[in-house]
Design a binder for this molecule. Structure first.
Ligand SMILES: [Zn+2]
Ligand SMILES: [Zn+2]
Ligand SMILES: [Zn+2]
Ligand SMILES: [Zn+2]
Length: 360
């Protein structure tokens, strides 16, 4: 049997460490072996270990990169190469950096921390940002070259203790055969980013935002909970919610979003934007529509109604409303920060309006 000669009567072969008729067989390591892993990056898997007298040996590997390490009396080991695989060294570097020690990973797409564009919160200042890789398992797509993937994931290069391929070919074959009994697994991953930020609003309030950057893409976005839209710019409402779009109340001029309980809605009568706080009646009228007063006989001309018609008018801060009646034709005119609009009233609204006006 082919062997590595250690001293006059000791050697290593496919079975383990051998002296005369004594064989210390390869077996699992008795525990962590610092001496066997200390010059490696990443840490190798110790697949087999043997000890006999002053001699101790390991079979160490990262994927298909495998080495035999031998030491005597606790001194530094000598290493002998069994097979070289720079690709698996790089896969091991990626796996141990992103997954766990001893893992090998292929990468299909990667976004680096320094190459993404974050979201913006309008009018606010970003005061904190934390970026960590976000792993997507079993992604579709082709694997990147392992060296390229390693470079994108970490600046640290893979390394193993220097190990010449100096063993007899038959011994190398036997040891590799033993190693292959325990298969290695390569996981496919894609690497995006998870970004956690804090934004300070003009009023000093600080809002946390967490969002992802998909693997291989550069633009971060937040998904709108209501519409599913990908938002890159957010706006803060009066309640410090972040939203893709805000709605301004025409009365208090203070924005709300869809998540606000008092979110802006159309007035039941004039259709103007009114928030839940400004709403004046349980039936959904704005403060202007709740205070309509009949225009006197001699003032009607100013409101553009004929002698046979009627008009009601109201002015509150930021909003004016005029209701006009000519026979059975009713209109409401609203004037607010969005402009001046006149809309005809449908029969249902007219019926409700008659009730509101007579109740005054
Ligand atoms: Zn898997
Ligand atoms: Zn309001
Ligand atoms: Zn809100
Ligand atoms: Zn109104």
């Amino acid at each position: 049997m082919s062997r590595l000669i250690l001293d006059d009567d000791t050697g290593i072969d496919g079975r383990g460490i051998v002296r005369d008729d004594v064989v210390a067989e390869w077996g699992p390591p008795p525990g962590p072996l610092d001496w066997a892993v200390e010059d490696w990056q990443p840490e190798p898997e110790i697949v087999a270990w043997a000890r006999l007298g002053p001699w101790e040996a390991v079979l160490a590997r990262i994927g298909r990169h495998a080495q035999l390490g031998v030491r005597r009396d606790g001194r530094r080991p000598d290493w002998h190469g069994l097979s070289k695989s720079p690709d698996d060294m790089n896969r091991g570097m990626v796996g141990s950096t992103l997954l766990a020690p001893g893992r090998l990973a292929d990468v299909t797409a990667v976004t680096r921390r320094d190459e993404f564009t974050g979201i913006q919160v309008q009018g606010a200042e970003r005061v904190q940002q934390m970026v960590v890789p976000r792993i997507v398992e079993h992604p579709p797509g082709e694997e990147l070259d392992p060296a390229q993937a390693r470079h994108a994931v970490t600046t640290a290069a893979a390394q193993a203790p220097g190990a010449p391929l100096d063993l007899p070919a038959e011994l190398t074959r036997e040891l590799l055969h033993r190693l292959r009994r325990t298969p290695t697994e390569v996981v496919r991953i894609a690497v995006g980013l998870r970004v956690a930020e804090t934004w300070r609003l003009p009023d000093g309030f600080e809002i946390p935002v967490v969002y992802d950057v998909a693997p291989g893409t550069a633009q971060g976005y937040v998904l709108d909970e209501d519409t599913g839209a990908a938002l890159t710019t957010l706006h803060a409402c009066r309640n410090h919610h972040l939203a893709g779009a805000l709605a301004w109340c025409a009365h208090c001029l203070n924005p709300t979003c869809a998540a606000c309980s008092e979110s802006v809605r159309p007035c039941r009568l004039c259709q103007g934007a009114v928030c839940g706080d400004c709403l004046a009646t349980p039936d959904g009228r704005c403060p202007a529509c709740a205070r309509l007063a009949k225009v006197g006989r001699f003032a009607r001309g100013r409101y553009g109604v004929s002698a046979g018609g009627s008009a009601w008018h109201s002015e509150v801060p930021n909003v004016q409303v005029t209701v006009r009646q000519e026979r059975n034709y009713w209109t409401v005119e609203r004037w607010d920060r969005y402009g001046r609009v006149t809309v005809p009233l449908d029969p249902h609204t007219v019926q409700a309006l008659r009730g509101w006006l007579s109740a005054r």
